[in-house]
Design a protein around this ligand. Structure first.
Ligand SMILES: *[C@@H]1O[C@H](CO)[C@@H](O)[C@H](O)[C@H]1NC(C)=O
Ligand SMILES: *[C@@H]1O[C@H](CO)[C@@H](O)[C@H](O)[C@H]1NC(C)=O
Ligand SMILES: *[C@@H]1O[C@H](CO)[C@@H](O)[C@H](O)[C@H]1NC(C)=O
Ligand SMILES: *[C@@H]1O[C@H](CO)[C@@H](O)[C@H](O)[C@H]1NC(C)=O
Ligand SMILES: *[C@@H]1O[C@H](CO)[C@@H](O)[C@H](O)[C@H]1NC(C)=O
Ligand SMILES: *[C@@H]1O[C@H](CO)[C@@H](O)[C@H](O)[C@H]1NC(C)=O
Ligand SMILES: *[C@@H]1O[C@H](CO)[C@@H](O)[C@H](O)[C@H]1NC(C)=O
Ligand SMILES: *[C@@H]1O[C@H](CO)[C@@H](O)[C@H](O)[C@H]1NC(C)=O
Ligand SMILES: *[C@@H]1O[C@H](CO)[C@@H](O)[C@H](O)[C@H]1NC(C)=O
Ligand SMILES: *[C@@H]1O[C@H](CO)[C@@H](O)[C@H](O)[C@H]1NC(C)=O
Ligand SMILES: [Cu+2]
Length: 557
């Protein structure tokens, strides 16, 4: 079908419901290179359909989505539909070598999944190499037809995708780091809908502009698609009312500043309660550890209708990058909506009581000259995950032995002062280990940061499930005292959570989705270094509680 025909059908489906029944949404994602100029220099990037950020995928709750991904670049590719539950359809989840082999150059693969029990904003992104730097876009899931939002319908909705831009090729950046054993270069700028806005080293470049009418409410669907940095998001002269995160409704609250980690999404309402003017929008890094970050602030503008071109922009100062308190004020305000219609189904009893440390380490690397024979690694429970060459889900489904072991530790091998001074030995174990869960069992997982090398905020993402964030704290988790403060009533439900620098978070979920589900830090540098593992959720009784058979076009390794 021609693109424009598809576009018309899509628009009719979305906005003129009686005319067409559209339970199936079809998309073609041509993965192709595109020459792009930013920061006053030009490079070739990998895109979907030549767009950066990529196309927005629209669907309604209960729709089936079919995306034909056609690989026209020299890299192996796979796409992840971040936050989509993928009930029994793990084959469509996307992480390379976890649920599928990559789509090789010249090949294509049809992702086929149904969206159920979710509505809001999510994102899609490449899940191989560092391609997601430019291979990403929004997923907008509208509520079922006739079902309103649990807040006043906004006048207009706008996707706001935050990202990071490197002047160099991002594959060259990570390859250089892996060769040296040292940390990769930080990005050269942040972006808002693909634009950094004017910077001192390239003052001429324009920023994203959002035209608005006075006296309306707009809903911003904010996505952090950056590789390695948590971000603060702020608008001069306007408050934001947060109504949803990671495609789950929250109790609305007002804030000046949003903090958002890579992989997270936030829907916020903004009332255009000024008469006229231009207002600065900023995206700037949040980093409260002594770690190098890209300190450039991306700038966009909200532009009221009728404002004179000569009008000066009302400015705002982004929070300093170490503004932990600003981040905490935001995070501590998040609560599930927990209404009659949208109850928070927090597991009240637990079958698996788990504790995983998350942090860095140092392993020998004879070829790493710049690292003096060592390389920085990362681990969960001291296991640096080694990527298999056969996808874990295939190995599981077809009973292929020797690909993974099921001995991922349920807790640290020994108790130590996790967030304290570094232990003598910084080394980690390596392995392809999964943790096995029975179908429909309940899990409590404490994610404990370590001070090994440096404490740091790690945004941990779980595939296949949403979880409830029932508690968090600084220092070492205390299993005797801390559970007393857990919120088991209306904790926020999400798919990606920041483990505070030098602290811990506790999450709960029900393992009601059979398959193999990746869990990893969503800072791409830490994933590359091995901060990842997988849960293997066994089938339950009968076909409805079992993973579907793989599609015929599933890529082969
Ligand atoms: C998508 O998957 C469903 C099973 O979940 C199957 O019935 C359907 O035929 C598939 N669609 C396509 C186009 O392959
Ligand atoms: C990383 O940064 C260093 C120092 O600025 C520079 O020499 C090097 O070329 C950069 N690497 C890449 C891949 O851009
Ligand atoms: C950003 O970091 C660079 C390199 O560390 C430093 O030279 C510069 O002063 C910083 N800029 C700001 C605005 O903090
Ligand atoms: C944040 O960083 C600034 C500048 O480096 C420093 O002066 C300030 O004390 C830091 N604040 C906190 C809360 O650590
Ligand atoms: C490697 O060793 C040299 C000489 O001892 C030292 O100057 C350098 O900082 C070391 N580099 C790293 C990454 O440890
Ligand atoms: C894998 O092993 C299980 C249990 O032994 C069996 O039920 C299943 O049919 C096997 N699957 C395949 C594809 O051989
Ligand atoms: C991690 O494993 C390595 C290798 O077995 C061991 O030497 C080290 O002490 C372990 N570290 C921790 C924190 O358990
Ligand atoms: C999962 O367990 C819960 C609590 O025991 C139960 O209510 C629910 O029906 C179970 N779901 C399935 C699909 O077995
Ligand atoms: C499986 O689920 C479908 C749809 O939800 C339902 O119609 C069917 O009865 C279920 N089958 C079994 C065996 O539970
Ligand atoms: C692409 O993936 C295939 C299958 O895993 C692998 O054999 C091949 O080496 C990969 N190609 C590149 C360029 O990494
Ligand atoms: Cu991390």
């Amino acid at each position: 079908m021609e693109h424009w025909v598809r576009f018309v059908v899509l628009m009719v489906c979305l906005f003129f419901p009686p005319m067409v029944e559209c339970k199936v949404r079809r998309y073609t994602f041509n993965v192709m290179t595109k020459s792009t100029t930013k920061l006053c220099s030009t490079k070739s990037i990998v895109t979907v359909n030549g767009q950066f950020p990529g196309p927005t995928l629209y669907a309604r709750e209960d729709d089936t989505v079919l995306v034909n991904v056609v690989n026209q670049v020299k890299y192996n590719v796979s796409i992840h539909w971040h936050g989509v539950r993928q009930l029994r359809t793990g084959w469509a989840d996307g992480p390379a070598y976890i649920t599928q082999c990559p789509i090789q150059p010249g090949q294509n693969y049809l992702y086929n999944f149904t969206i159920s029990g979710q509505r809001g904003t999510l994102l899609w992104h490449a899940h191989i190499l560092w391609l997601r730097a430019t291979l990403h876009g929004a997923i907008v899931i509208l509520p079922k037809r006739g079902v309103p939002y649990p807040f006043p319908k906004p006048h207009k909705e706008v996707v706001v995708t935050l990202g990071e831009w490197w002047k160099s090729d991002t594959e060259a950046v990570i390859n250089q780091a892996l060769k040296s054993g040292l940390a990769p270069n930080v990005s050269d700028a942040h972006t808002i809908n693909g634009h950094p806005g004017p910077l001192s080293n390239c003052p001429s470049q324009g920023g994203f502009t959002l035209p608005v009418l006075s006296g309306k409410t707009y809903m911003l669907r904010i996505i952090n698609a950056a590789l390695n940095e948590e971000l603060f998001f702020k608008i001069a002269g306007h408050k934001l009312t947060v109504v949803e995160v990671d495609a789950t409704y929250v109790k609305p609250f007002n804030t000046d500043t949003i903090v958002i980690a890579p992989g997270q999404t936030t829907n916020a309402l903004i009332a255009t309660n000024q008469n006229t003017g231009k207002y600065l929008v900023t995206a700037s890094p949040f980093m409260d550890s002594p770690i190098a970050v890209d300190n450039m602030t991306a700038k966009a503008t909200i532009h009221y209708s009728g404002t004179l071109a000569s009008t000066a922009t009302t400015l705002t100062k982004p929070p300093p990058q170490n503004a932990t308190q600003v981040a905490n004020n935001f995070i501590n305000s998040l609560r599930s909506l927990n209404s009659k219609k949208y109850p928070a189904k927090v597991p009240q009893t637990i079958d698996h009581n788990l504790m995983f440390t998350v942090g860095l380490g140092v392993n020998p690397c004879p070829t790493c000259k710049a690292g003096n024979g060592s390389r920085v690694v990362a681990s969960m429970n001291n296991v640096t995950f080694v990527m298999p060459t056969t996808a874990l889900l295939q190995a599981h489904y077809f009973n292929i032995s020797g690909v993974f072991t099921t001995d991922f530790p349920s807790k640290p091998a020994h108790v130590f002062d996790y967030t304290g001074k570094q232990p003598r030995n910084l080394q980690t174990k390596t392995g392809t280990k999964v943790f096995k869960l029975a179908y429909n069992s309940t899990v409590q997982l404490v994610l404990q940061d370590t001070g090994i090398i440096s404490p740091e905020n790690h945004p941990i993402h779980l595939h296949g499930f949403n979880f409830f964030a029932i508690g968090k704290g600084l220092g070492n988790y205390n299993p005797n005292k801390d559970p007393k403060n857990f919120n088991l009533i209306d904790p926020v439900e999400r798919n990606t959570i920041g483990v505070p620098s030098g602290g811990w978070v506790a999450i709960r979920f029900r393992a009601d989705n059979p398959g193999v589900w990746f869990m990893h830090c969503h800072l791409e540098v830490h994933t590359t270094w091995g901060l990842k593992m997988a849960f293997l959720v066994a089938n339950g009784k009968g076909p409805n509680e079992s993973i579907l058979p793989p599609p015929h076009d599933l890529p082969k390794c």
